[in-house]
Design a protein around this ligand. Sequence first.
Ligand code: COA
Length: 223
Amino acid sequence: MSKNSTASQFFLEINALNDVSVASNATNMSAIFTFNPEEHYGISLPLNISFYTRGRKNKMVDALTIRNAIEGDEDDIYNIHTEAIKKKCSSHYGTEDVDVWVARQSKAKYLPSIAAKEIIVAEKLGKVVGFGHLLHCKESDGKTMQIRGLFVDPDCGVKGVGSALMKEMEKRARDRSADCLIVQSSLNAVEFYRKCGFIPLEMTTHQMSEQSCLQCHKMMKKL
Ligand SMILES: CC(C)(COP(=O)(O)OP(=O)(O)OC[C@H]1O[C@@H](n2cnc3c(N)ncnc32)[C@H](O)[C@@H]1OP(=O)(O)O)[C@@H](O)C(=O)NCCC(=O)NCCS
């Protein structure tokens, strides 16, 4: 590197493999570090290197890993699910609906879906921070898959975890020859799905108990 270099930022490309061990939207990450050629010429690399996804420089996705959920993850999945309902979905649903929705969840309920490899989790620094549930639509010709749930730990929300899980579910759906994804989006998540390329179809309801049903928005994305 020339001493006359005027560049103050250098981008180190990390050619992460497009592998399930790395969040899909974290591929082609850039390590960005500042460098002052006057002061640091010929000296060692800077100490602090932060990882950002390209085009989302304000959203730090440090070492986000996406993997299949395994038995033992059900506690984390349950906690994220119920906390996200209480803290995020409550913006669009009443207290009674939220209470019934939370009460319907149980740790044991996830186990068959975990065994069927329908649930993936996002892990950051060894901690599960989100999960997605993808399965074939029973009533479809096998080309349509359904997102049954996508929930991110509300304490680390809007940092790209939801879209990383979405990308991985899209990839898995394509790998299974699906050409369409559908979701019954909770009302609070409609804009998120829109940003992920889904289009709204119709309003639907999701029956939770005899007394309670949730309004949802059915949305679809062609793959
Ligand atoms: C919806 C949810 C999964 C999004 O996860 P997230 O990690 O916060 O989302 P991301 O950081 O990947 O956001 C991706 C984009 O969507 C936008 N976005 C996310 N949530 C949004 C919301 N509620 N309203 C509007 N935009 C939203 C982000 O700003 C970002 O936009 P950008 O790419 O222009 O910056 C998360 O908020 C959640 O768990 N919500 C509660 C559970 C829920 O309703 N799940 C859906 C059930 S069907």
